[in-house]
Design a protein around this ligand. Structure first.
Ligand code: G6P
Length: 427
């Protein structure tokens, strides 16, 4: 059975490969194909993946290629984790935000918008290649902005797809840490979009533990938010809502503090990642290294391989268990479009993800969610059509952008900066 990883030259790849070993008895992968346009990085990550496989008795062979179609052909599972324009493009997004005095962040606000415009056409190329060369395969998308990219796949491809993020499983793991129960025993009343979500109830082994866990998470909030002003705002929000808040909600509940924090730093997160990656790749090159190095935890992707293979296990074995993924809403969250990508508990099996009907979101959730969903829907449309007015309106509708004149300047600026990546759509 063939597994393809598009964006296999990512420094995250050893984490992904590491997660496969624990489930090989249930997911009999025999070939891992890694694709990346950056051959230098790819040779290093594929070399390490090969040594990791050898260490475990060579259950699968590792192949690498710069040809996406070769990687995808005949694959049962295709994991996408690419970054169009590499980390340099992310840094440009962050600096664009700073130039316009707004939050420029990997996935939230204008940073996520630029990333979506660059990425959606490339991911749709992958989905189309799968329709032709691996029509029964499953596409598992980690590519950011994961929710927006997943909505593009849902709307513009017939391939069975899942949008995945490490945050839901990260919350589950926090509950495991505090209760000592097994991961499968945790049930979250989780609702929202990717990087914009709320947990309304926690059930552990059939028992409602919401109050106790929320008190714990409020007490430990400083572990998530180290900036005092952000922390104070997030604590106040959690106390009032009595819900667990996705970390990315800081950009909406504490926007001024979040912007001030970004402005205070001498380096953007992308620039920090460049340094972390440089030392990671030096490690990965060492021929004696045959496992995921602990330094990888300096990146943000904790537990993403657990999420990936828990999901693939459920598809492969038609488990029909509940997992939180980004998928087609199909009426699960009242008042949202059927073909919108939402992040909710869904039943996972060989036919894909079926969103489980959710309690209607309270106005405090629904308002922001509708705003961001409208922006995401327009962003998908802009990325596919290259229509500048749709792009302008997407920005105008986002709560973290400037006024109309400012949005026009922002759009002009970002189109120019991203010109090389937008050939064929906007140019
Ligand atoms: C979390 C998010 C990912 C994001 C990552 C950033 O894992 O869920 O969507 O890409 O953090 O981490 P980084 O190390 O790149 O800043």
């Amino acid at each position: 059975m063939k597994l393809a990883v598009i964006g296999g030259g990512s420094s995250y790849t050893p984490e992904l490969v590491d997660g496969l070993f624990a489930r090989l008895d249930r997911i009999p992968v025999t070939e891992v194909w890694m694709m990346d346009p950056n051959l230098e990085r790819l040779e290093i990550t594929a070399g390490l993946a090969g040594r990791m496989s050898e260490k475990h008795g060579s259950p699968f062979t590792v192949h690498h290629t710069t040809d996406m179609r070769e990687a995808v052909a005949g694959a049962k599972y295709v994991v996408t984790q690419l970054r169009v324009g590499g980390i340099q493009a992310r840094i440009e997004d962050e600096k664009l935000g700073l130039r316009h005095n707004i939050i420029g962040q990997e996935t939230t606000g204008v940073g996520g918008f630029c990333c979506a415009l660059r990425t959606i056409p490339r991911v749709l190329d992958i989905a189309r290649a799968m329709e032709e060369l691996a029509p029964d395969g499953y596409l598992i998308n980690f590519t950011n902005p994961s929710g927006i990219v997943t909505e593009a796949i849902i709307k513009h491809s017939k391939i069975t797809s899942f949008g995945l993020c490490n945050i839901p499983i990260g919350i589950v793991m926090e509950v495991v840490k505090h209760t000592g129960c097994a991961m499968e025993k945790v049930e979250l009343d989780y609702v929202g979009l990717n990087h914009l979500s709320w947990v309304r109830h926690f059930t552990v082994d059939g028992r409602d533990r919401t109050d106790e866990l929320l008190d714990k998470f409020i007490e430990l909030a400083h572990e998530e938010w180290d900036d005092p002003a952000i922390l104070e705002n997030m604590r106040a929000s959690m106390q009032s809502l009595r819900m667990f808040l996705n970390g990315y909600l800081q950009y909406f509940y504490a926007p001024d503090a979040a912007l001030a924090k970004i402005k205070k730093k001498s380096k953007t997160r992308g620039e920090e990642v460049v340094e972390i990656e440089a030392s990671l790749f030096e490690k990965y090159k060492q021929k004696e290294l045959n496992e995921k190095p602990p330094e990888l935890s300096k990146r943000g992707g904790a537990h993403y391989s657990t999420a990936a293979f828990y999901l693939i296990d459920a598809i492969e074995n038609d488990a029909k268990n509940t997992q939180i993924v980004c998928c087609r809403n199909n009426g699960a969250i009242p008042t949202f479009d059927d073909d919108a990508a939402v992040e909710v508990p869904a039943v996972i099996g060989k036919n894909g993800a079926k969103a489980i009907p959710q309690l209607a979101p309270a106005p405090i959730i629904r308002g922001l969610m509708q705003d961001i969903k409208a922006y995401e829907t327009m962003t998908v449309q802009a990325a596919v059509t290259g229509d500048q007015e749709t792009a302008f309106q997407a920005l105008l509708g986002h709560p973290l952008t400037p006024n109309a004149i400012g949005c026009r300047k922002l759009l002009d600026d970002l189109l120019e900066v991203n010109r090389p990546h937008l050939q064929g759509t906007f140019f």
